[in-house]
Write a protein that binds this ligand. Structure first.
Ligand SMILES: [Zn+2]
Length: 402
């Protein structure tokens, strides 16, 4: 597998950020077109009906009303990539909304996974928070995978993992205030017209600096539902959020550890989960969850980056493997591991299978933004004074901020 990760740099208004994203990945346009075609072929074979199409229309309406920034970003991407805006928007929406088709039919068609966890305080070796994600996704997104640094016209600077041609924060990210976030896919019946999680994560990283503030926002925003978020901040607060269209649940740390895979655990959302994974790997979300929880409990007090790297490369058969090779079910593979160190404004990124590929280290330089570095210093001063980002103070602060 490849080990080089392209880094793109975007900034300005949402439209400008989308356009810069598109221009910097324009050489990947043929692969993006292939990914769009593959997604549309999948939807066609799912058998889209009128209920599905009206859900796509209603979701587009909600975005027009409450989230013009994400639409402007998509418009900028479409223009730079010379793609039709409506086609790119449909690609961005149907990958999530097909949920409605497959959970209604209880089809075996899961093609997204992901294992995440966070550990803070007394659970970690040095007391610093860690947030970790294995990105398990369709393998055609490996050559599309990018890291992007964003300097929005209004809001905090942040770095995030994404796919070329996809909008918002498509995988996970970290902002300059030390708030880290990652998502996982959950097949759910509790979905509806609202903001997809790549939009929620973008607004959270641009406008929020603590887990508490992000939770206030996510609980009040109109949500599409489906997917969980895991968050950790520089101060050591941590949580998992289970997102439904109707329901919303916060799962707090136990023993300073949270784990999140591809199902709901809260009483409020548990019944909405539908296991769409096919039979050699059916139920693997529960097995991965149990393995990670067990290993982290066993290592409590000594959890560090090295342990995270070992854990995320674990092979334990078709159900409990954390590093998921394509051979397990032929549909998805671990295409990245990201280890966030929020208090250091740093991350370690592995592009490809974590059992085979090397990690690159990236950290925030106050002047130059997020940069690749050979290693992190042993002691690390907080790179930002504990005051407000001037861009966010005052009346114009955060779009959609409650
Ligand atoms: Zn492996």
């Amino acid at each position: 597998m490849d080990t080089e990760i392209p880094l793109i740099t975007i900034g300005g208004t949402p439209y400008e950020m989308g356009r810069q994203h598109g221009l910097q990945v324009v050489h990947l346009r043929p692969l993006i077109v292939e990914a769009i075609k593959a997604r549309f072929a999948q939807i066609k074979s799912d058998g889209p009906d009128e209920r599905f199409e009206s859900l796509v229309r209603e979701t587009t309406e909600v975005l027009r009303e409450v989230d013009p920034p994400i639409l402007e970003m998509i418009r900028g991407q479409a223009e730079a990539l010379e793609l039709d805006f409506d086609i790119l928007l449909r690609y961005d929406l149907v990958s999530y909304l097909r949920e409605d088709l497959i959970t209604r039919r209880a089809a075996n068609s899961a093609d997204e996974g992901c294992t995440t966890w966070a550990a803070v305080g007394s659970a970690t070796a040095n007391g610093e928070p860690l947030l970790v994600k294995n990105r398990d996704y369709r393998p055609e997104h490996l050559p599309l995978q990018v890291l992007a640094t964003a300097t929005p016209a209004v809001g905090y600077r942040y770095i995030y993992g994404s796919s070329a041609g996809s909008p918002g924060v498509f995988n996970s990210g970290l902002n300059e205030r030390g708030l880290a976030i990652a998502d996982t896919s959950v097949h759910s019946t509790d979905i509806g017209p609202g903001l997809p999680d790549y939009s929620l994560m973008m607004h959270i990283l641009e406008e929020h600096d603590t887990v508490c503030s992000a939770l206030d926002y996510a609980s009040s925003a109109p949500r599409m539902g489906r997917n969980n978020l895991i968050l950790a901040d520089a101060g050591g607060d941590v949580a998992v959020v289970e997102l439904g269209y109707h329901h919303f649940a916060i799962v707090k740390a136990r023993n300073s550890i949270v784990v999140n895979t591809n199902h709901f655990v809260s009483p409020r959302l548990k019944e909405s989960f539908v296991d769409c994974t096919p039979t050699p790997v059916k139920g693997n979300s529960f097995h991965r969850y149990a393995l990670v929880r067990r290993e982290l409990e066993a290592a409590r007090g000594s959890i560090d980056v090295a342990l995270a790297q070992r854990l995320m490369a674990t092979h334990a058969g078709p159900l409990a493997s954390i590093c998921r090779h394509l051979e397990l079910d032929g549909r998805l593979a671990t295409i990245a591991t990201t280890i966030y160190q929020p208090a250091r404004r740093a991350l370690r990124f592995c592009h490809g299978y974590p059992c085979q590929s090397s990690y690159q280290t990236i950290t925030l330089d106050n002047e130059q933004g997020f940069l690749f570095v050979d290693s992190l210093p042993d002691t690390f001063p907080h790179p930002l004074p504990p005051d407000e980002n001037p861009a966010l103070s005052g009346a114009q602060s955060g779009y959609l901020r409650p």
